[in-house]
Write a protein that binds this ligand. Structure first.
Ligand code: BGC
Length: 735
C-alpha cells in the first residue's frame, strides 16, 4: 500500500481502533469465544477489544492462521489484517542448536543460513514475526537464559545479532520465506543480579554503553523490524516504561524507527516494581515511554481511551504507536496479501526437509567444543569395545527449552544414529534417568517428566556397570535436563544432576577410560566431571539432528572445532567471570599464589575452567608470532596483523583464529583484552596458511572520560591466538 493510502486508512480509523492495534492477543484465546473470554476477562478485556486487536502471539500453522485471519478481517471495521508473532528461537520444526551453541560455532554465515531456514519454515506456517534474536550480554551462568544468547562477548554477539536478523528478514520482508526479526530484550536483561531471572540490573552507564548496547545496535543496523523491552529495571526504572532508555537512547541515539513491543505482561508488572500506581498509570507510562505494543498485560485495551478522555494522556502518543504498527503491516505486505507465506502445501514440503536437516546437522557439528581429550581418547577407534552409557543415549529431548514448535519425536537419538555405523562394537545402556524423581520441572504443552521407580533405577545402574566392565572404554552421555535452562530456570548450583554424578562415580570405579558427552544450556561447574573424564565433548542442546552430529564427531567423520562462547567457571564463587575484565591495581600473576595483597581468592583460582574462545580439535595447530605491517597507526589508515597457522597433526581440522586488542593506557580503564575479529580456517594435515587481520582506528573506540565515543592515542597490544588467554602479542602506537 502506498504511504498516502495508508495515511488515508489511518485517518479513517476511530481512536478505539487505533488503540486496538497496540493490543496483542494470545493465540490460545482465539479458539472460540468461551476459551477466549476466560483469561481475557481476568485482564479486564472486552469482546470488542478482541475484535480490534492488532497482533497475535502463539498461533501457528498455515491452515489455522489463514482461518483466524479471514474471520478477524471480516469482523474488523476496516478489515485490517493481524500480525502473527511467535518465539522461533532455534528453528521452527527443524530445530538446530540453541543460540549459545551457535555462539560456539563462531560462524555467522551458518547462523544466518539457519535463521533463513527457520524463517522459511515459520513463514510457510503463517507466521510474520519471530521474537529473536536475543542478544543480551551474559556473564552469569546461574541465569538460565544464557542458552538463548550467543555468549559473553560484545563483538561475537554483535556478529551473531546481525547474522540472525539478515537470515530471518532476507532481502524482502514481504517475501513468502521471510520473518520480521524482533531483537530483545532491550536492555541489559542478561545482567540480572545474582543470576536470578527478572531481577534488578545494576550496571554503570559506561559498561551499559560499552558492553551491553552494541549488539542491539548491530541488530538495529541490520534492519530488525521490532525491538522487545526487557523485564528488568535500568537505573531504577523498569526498561519498559523507561523514557530515557526508550525515547532518548533507543529512538534518538540508536535510530530505531520500528515497532517496540513490551515483554510478556511487562507493562502491568511496573505496578509490582512500584513505579506505577495502578494498571492505568502503567498503561500511561508505557505509551509515554514509546512502548507501542502491550504484550499480554491487557493494560492498554483496558485504559488507553479513558486516559485520553480524562486528559491524562496525549492522543498523539497513541496515534504515533498505532501508526508504527500499521507501517509494519505495510512493510510485511499484509494489506496486499494478509496470509503472506501461509501455505499448507509449502509448510509440508519445507518443514524438516532433507536440506534443512543437513543444515541443522552441520550447525550442530560446528558447535561442539572439545574441552578435554587426554591420550586422544576421541575419536573412537573401531577395534575397541565401547559402552555408550547415560540418560542421553536414547533421549530425544535435546532440542532446548524454547523449542516448543519442534517435535522431539523428530529427533534421532544417539542410539538410532549409531544404526548407520559400520565396524564399531558398541553397547547401549541408560544407567539412570536425567533427573532423580524428586526434581520436578515444567515445560510448554503436555510434556511429562519421566519417573523411574527406585528398583528399576538400581537395575539400570547395575546393567550399566556390567557393560562398563566389559568395555575397553566408556562414553557417558550426561548433562542438564532440557528444561533446566531457559526462562525462569536460575540455578544456585550449576553442576550436572546428582543422579548422574553418582552414575559417573560408579562407572569410574570399574572403568576410568571415560569420555563424557555433555548436554547443557549453560556453562557448568565441571570439577567433578573433569576429575573423572579423560575426554569431554560439549554438545549443548544440539537439536533435531543432534544425535547424528554427535555420532559423526565421536567417530571422527566430523572434527570438533567449536570454541567456548561463555567462560565455564571453576565454581559459582567466581561468577561473574568473563575474559574481558578490567585490569585491577593489583593483578594476580599466575604461579604467584603466595603474593598476598593481590586480586585473588584464597580458596579457588581466578581463572575459569575453560575461558572464552577455548576449544580443542582432534588435530593440533601452531600459530606463529604476530607480525605487524607497521609500528604506528594513523586515523584513516590501517595496520595488517598476521600470523601463520599450521596444522601439525595428522588429520584435517578447523581452527578459529582470534584477534584481541588491548588499549594499554587511556582516560578510562580498558579491558585486558577484547575480541575484535576472528577467522575460521580449515587446514589439511601439515598445511599452513597466513591469517591476516586489518586493524583500523574505528576498532579502538570506546566511551571516553568526557562521555564522547572515540579512540585515544597511545600504545595498543595486538593478540592473535586460539583462545582469549593467548599471550602471542605485538604492540603498535596510535598516533
Ligand atoms: C519472554 C520473551 C518472549 C515472550 C513471548 C517472555 O516471557 O521473556 O523472550 O519472547 O515471553 O513468548
Amino acid at each position: 500500500m502506498k504511504e498516502q493510502e495508508l495515511q488515508q486508512l489511518f485517518d479513517s480509523m476511530s481512536l478505539k481502533e487505533k488503540a486496538g492495534q497496540l493490543f496483542q492477543l494470545a493465540g490460545g484465546m482465539l479458539a472460540d469465544d468461551t476459551a477466549m473470554m476466560g483469561p481475557m476477562q481476568d485482564m479486564g478485556i472486552e469482546k470488542e477489544d478482541i475484535q480490534l486487536a492488532g497482533t497475535v502471539l502463539g498461533s501457528m500453522g498455515a491452515e489455522k492462521i489463514r482461518e483466524i485471519q479471514d474471520a478477524y478481517m471480516e469482523n474488523h471495521p476496516h478489515h485490517i489484517p493481524l500480525i502473527f508473532m511467535l518465539d522461533i528461537i532455534n528453528g521452527y520444526k527443524t530445530i538446530y542448536p540453541i543460540p549459545l551453541a551457535q555462539g560456539a560455532a563462531f560462524s555467522p554465515k551458518l547462523t544466518e543460513a539457519c535463521a533463513a531456514m527457520a524463517a522459511r519454515e515459520g513463514a510457510a506456517a503463517g507466521l510474520h514475526v519471530t521474537f529473536s534474536p536475543m542478544v543480551d550480554l551474559v556473564r552469569d551462568p546461574r541465569w538460565g537464559r544464557v542458552m538463548e544468547s550467543t555468549g559473553e562477548d560484545v563483538y561475537l554477539n554483535g556478529c551473531m545479532a546481525e547474522a540472525m536478523v539478515k537470515g530471518y528478514q532476507g532481502a524482502d520482508l514481504k517475501g513468502a520465506e521471510t520473518l520480521a526479526a524482533c531483537v530483545k530484550h532491550f536492555a541489559g536483561y542478561g545482567g540480572a543480579e545474582a543470576g536470578r531471572d527478572y531481577n534488578t540490573v545494576e550496571v554503570s552507564e559506561r559498561s551499559f554503553r560499552d558492553f551491553y548496547l552494541p549488539a542491539y545496535q548491530k541488530a538495529i543496523d541490520a534492519g530488525s523490524a521490532l525491538v522487545m523491552t526487557s523485564f528488568n529495571t535500568i537505573n531504577g526504572i523498569p526498561a519498559t516504561v523507561n523514557r530515557w532508555l526508550m525515547r532518548s537512547v533507543l529512538r534518538e541515539e540508536m535510530k530505531f524507527d520500528g515497532v517496540l513491543i513490551s515483554d510478556f505482561g511487562a507493562i502491568g508488572e511496573t505496578v509490582c516494581h512500584g513505579v506505577a500506581e495502578n494498571r492505568s498509570d502503567a498503561a500511561r507510562k508505557g505509551i509515554e515511554a514509546g512502548c507501542d505494543i502491550d504484550m499480554m498485560s491487557g493494560t492498554y485495551p483496558e485504559n488507553l481511551e479513558q486516559l485520553i478522555e480524562d486528559g491524562r494522556l496525549d492522543i498523539k502518543l497513541v496515534e504515533e504507536s498505532a501508526w508504527r504498527v500499521l507501517q509494519l503491516k505495510n512493510r510485511l505486505g499484509l494489506f496486499e496479501n494478509p496470509y503472506k507465506g501461509a501455505d499448507q502445501g509449502k509448510e509440508r514440503e519445507v518443514c524438516l526437509c532433507r536440506e534443512h536437516q543437513e543444515l541443522a546437522r552441520k550447525m550442530a557439528q560446528e558447535s561442539f567444543v572439545l574441552l578435554k581429550n587426554e591420550e586422544e581418547l576421541l575419536p573412537l577407534k573401531k577395534e575397541r569395545k565401547t559402552a555408550f552409557i547415560g540418560p542421553y543415549v536414547e533421549n530425544k529431548y535435546m532440542l532446548g527449552g524454547w523449542s516448543f514448535t519442534g517435535d522431539p519425536q523428530d529427533a534421532r537419538t544417539i542410539r538410532e544414529a549409531c544404526g548407520e555405523l559400520k565396524g564399531y562394537d558398541i553397547t547401549f545402556h541408560k544407567g539412570c534417568p536425567v533427573l532423580s524423581s524428586d526434581v520436578k520441572l515444567e515445560g510448554f504443552g503436555n510434556y511429562t517428566q519421566e519417573t523411574v521407580p527406585a528398583k528399576q533405577q538400581e537395575e539400570m545402574l547395575s546393567q550399566a556397570i556390567e557393560a562398563a566392565k566389559a568395555a575397553d572404554e566408556v562414553v557417558l552421555f550426561l548433562g542438564e535436563h532440557f528444561l533446566q535452562s531457559g526462562e525462569a530456570t536460575s540455578h544456585g548450583e550449576i553442576m550436572i544432576p546428582r543422579v548422574q554424578q553418582e552414575l559417573l562415580d560408579r562407572i569410574y570405579e570399574v572403568n576410568p577410560e571415560i569420555a563424557v558427552v555433555l548436554f547443557n544450556g549453560r556453562p557448568l561447574d565441571l570439577r567433578l566431571v573433569q576429575k573423572k573424564a579423560k575426554a569431554i565433548l560439549e554438545v549443548w542442546m544440539p537439536g533435531t539432528m543432534g544425535g547424528a552430529a554427535i555420532v559423526d564427531t565421536l567417530t571422527g567423520k566430523a572434527v570438533p572445532g567449536g570454541k567456548v562462547p561463555m567462560s565455564f567457571p571453576y565454581s559459582v564463587g567466581q561468577i561473574p567471570v568473563h575474559y574481558d575484565e578490567l585490569p585491577t591495581g593489583r593483578t594476580h600473576l599466575p604461579g604467584k599464589d603466595k603474593d598476598r595483597f593481590v586480586s585473588k581468592y584464597l580458596d579457588i583460582p581466578n581463572k575459569p575452567s575453560y575461558p572464552f574462545g577455548y576449544g580443542l580439535s582432534y588435530t593440533r595447530f601452531e600459530i606463529s608470532p604476530v607480525q605487524l605491517s607497521g609500528k604506528t597507526l594513523h586515523a584513516g589508515e590501517h595496520i595488517e596483523a598476521e600470523v601463520v597457522v599450521k596444522n601439525i597433526g595428522d588429520r584435517a581440522g578447523t581452527e578459529t583464529v582470534q584477534l584481541y586488542l588491548h588499549d594499554v593506557s587511556a582516560s578510562v580503564s580498558r579491558p585486558v583484552k577484547q575480541l575484535k575479529g576472528f577467522q575460521k580456517i580449515v587446514l589439511e594435515p601439515q598445511q599452513e596458511t597466513v591469517v591476516r587481520f586489518s586493524i583500523t582506528e574505528s576498532m579502538l573506540t570506546f566511551l571516553r572520560e568526557d562521555d564522547t565515543v572515540g579512540s585515544e592515542p597511545g600504545s595498543f597490544e595486538v593478540y592473535i591466538g586460539s583462545d582469549s588467554e593467548t599471550k602471542n602479542k605485538a604492540v603498535f602506537e596510535l598516533i
